[in-house]
Design a protein around this ligand. Structure first.
Ligand SMILES: *Cc1c(COP(=O)(O)O)cnc(C)c1O
Length: 223
């Protein structure tokens, strides 16, 4: 689609690399980094931005949709990709084909994934999104424990991650600390009961700058 508007953004990719190195210097070594590149990398250009950053030890890319993920794979990017948005059951085939991790927040999608994985004899990764107050995507925090237990019984899916998202990290510290606490307690309870999930993450850009106790095992800078 061609737009006839005399506006453009000029991105200095060297500065972008510098920003990533600043992020790395603010997290404990070993903390993984998922770079959020949804919406054409915030209008900065999905492919040039992702290509430049994936040479810099990015652990994951986060995209909103399967289509964005396919664009990354078609550009030759092999970095793990998490689809942050929800997808429909009928659209799960590309997850296997392109090796995407997907976000789940109910039982239905994991069951569909488990069925297809069994047929293809190929395990599939998923990450459980928990709603601690954002009110957008996610299983409500008080239902999350039960959901994770149920999903953990499925043979062909691997719960690779669990995450939540802040509603107003820039505006309301008390509420953000409350969200971190709810999430932390959930993860601890799961651990105590023998369910340990490798990727635990909550922090968007604001979270990672202002709330050190929100870093867990991965951070998700975007802005
Ligand atoms: C957009 C998004 C981010 C990044 O948020 P910023 O505020 O741009 O840093 C992180 N996690 C999820 C789930 C997102 O949708």
């Amino acid at each position: 689609m061609r737009f006839y508007r005399p506006t453009w953004a000029e991105i200095n990719l060297k500065n972008l690399e510098y920003n990533l190195s600043q992020i790395k210097s603010r997290v404990t070594p070993g903390t993984k980094i998922l770079v959020t590149v949804k919406a054409d990398a915030y209008g900065h250009g999905l492919i040039p931005v992702s290509k430049r950053l994936c040479s810099r030890a990015v652990d994951f890319f986060g995209v909103a949709s399967i289509d964005e993920g396919i664009k990354l794979r078609e550009a030759g990017i092999k970095t793990p990709i998490l689809i942050l948005g929800l997808i429909l059951k009928k659209d799960i085939a590309p997850l296997f084909k392109y090796n995407f991790s997907t976000t789940v927040c109910d039982e239905e999608l994991p069951r569909a994934l488990d069925n297809m994985a069994r047929k293809l004899k190929k395990r599939i990764n998923l990450q459980v999104k928990v709603d601690t107050g954002m009110g957008r995507i996610g299983v409500l925090h008080y239902d999350a424990y039960g959901l994770v237990r149920k999903i953990s019984k499925l043979k062909y899916v691997n719960i690779e991650g669990i995450f939540t998202h802040f509603a107003f990290a820039d505006l309301n510290k008390d509420f953000t600390f409350y969200q971190i606490d709810l999430f932390d307690r959930l993860v601890k309870r799961l651990n105590k009961d023998g369910i340990s999930i490798p990727l635990v993450h909550a922090a968007n850009s604001m979270g990672l700058l202002d709330y050190k106790n929100s870093h867990f095992s991965m951070v998700r800078p975007g802005l």
